[in-house]
Design a protein around this ligand. Sequence first.
Ligand SMILES: NC(=O)c1ccc[n+]([C@@H]2O[C@H](COP(=O)([O-])OP(=O)(O)OC[C@H]3O[C@@H](n4cnc5c(N)ncnc54)[C@H](O)[C@@H]3O)[C@@H](O)[C@H]2O)c1
Length: 299
Amino acid sequence: MEEEEPGDRPVEWRPMTVKRVGIVGSGIMGAGVAECAAVAGFEVVLRSRSATTADAMLAGLEKSLDRQVEKGKMEDADRSAAIARVTATSDLHELADCDLVLESVVEDIAVKKHLFGELDRICADHTILATNTSTLPVVELAMETGRPEKVCGVHFFNPAPMMALVEVVRPLTAADETIAAAFEFAEACGKTPVEVTDRAGFIVNALLFPYLNNAVRLLENGVATRDDIDTAMKGGCGFPMGPFALLDLVGLDTSLAILDALYGEFRDPNYAAVPLLRRMVAAELFGRKSGQGFFDYRK
Ligand SMILES: NC(=O)c1ccc[n+]([C@@H]2O[C@H](COP(=O)([O-])OP(=O)(O)OC[C@H]3O[C@@H](n4cnc5c(N)ncnc54)[C@H](O)[C@@H]3O)[C@@H](O)[C@H]2O)c1
């Protein structure tokens, strides 16, 4: 058989429409996605609600890239180039000329709807508006805008620089070009995108959250200890971390919001948040980000 030369295959022409990316939200996911996009070569504008948190986000990104250099995973010049591509701001108007804006603010439909209305008024006509929501109806965000065909979900996983998957969420209103651009953005960030319909939880969280919720139920019912449940799921299923370590990583407040949205949509009792989880959120035991959740991170 003759070897295929690189020029033999027909070239599939796929325009890369996204060059400048806006990220709204400076929490766990906003910071992680900003890092992915900057390292991938996109110009990145990070928007946080205050100048202090915007600056802190930039400092956090520099620290994270420094660690990559120390570990020998990144060249110093690439680190400097990635940092030079990022600007931080507290002014939403600075996202006006972005090709794609990905919001990663708190998992609250009212907050996200308000934000999509604002972004629609501010951003250029061609801008794709995307959400990193884990569960909320993307179509409801699309309908807050005058460009529902240019709205979709681009769902990264935590920690974004490490996790390979992106779920591209197609609401009923999205144009094929929007989904194609989201795929190209995810691929350019080195991720593997999959397409999924706009249903609460998409693929991963629809399957993952009944498991996490039922782990809390086992603990609440005294079936086993926190450490034994984590050990069992690591050793018995080959998972890299147990359910309580994962809940702490995701954030208990975000996990509760995800379960409430899943239960609201499907009324499946597996999605009904276990009381212990709700009480821990009320006590502001949010996990790693607050210093304490199922584990204590303050030492
Ligand atoms: N944590 C995860 O594992 C994970 C994974 C994938 C997607 N997500 C999604 O990403 C989004 C952000 O989650 P996160 O884990 O980064 O949360 P987080 O709590 O770390 O950050 C939330 C961000 O929202 C901002 N915020 C809070 N209230 C706001 C308001 N009223 N207006 C504007 N901004 C506000 C906060 O200042 C913060 O920057 C959510 O939609 C979540 O479902 C989370």
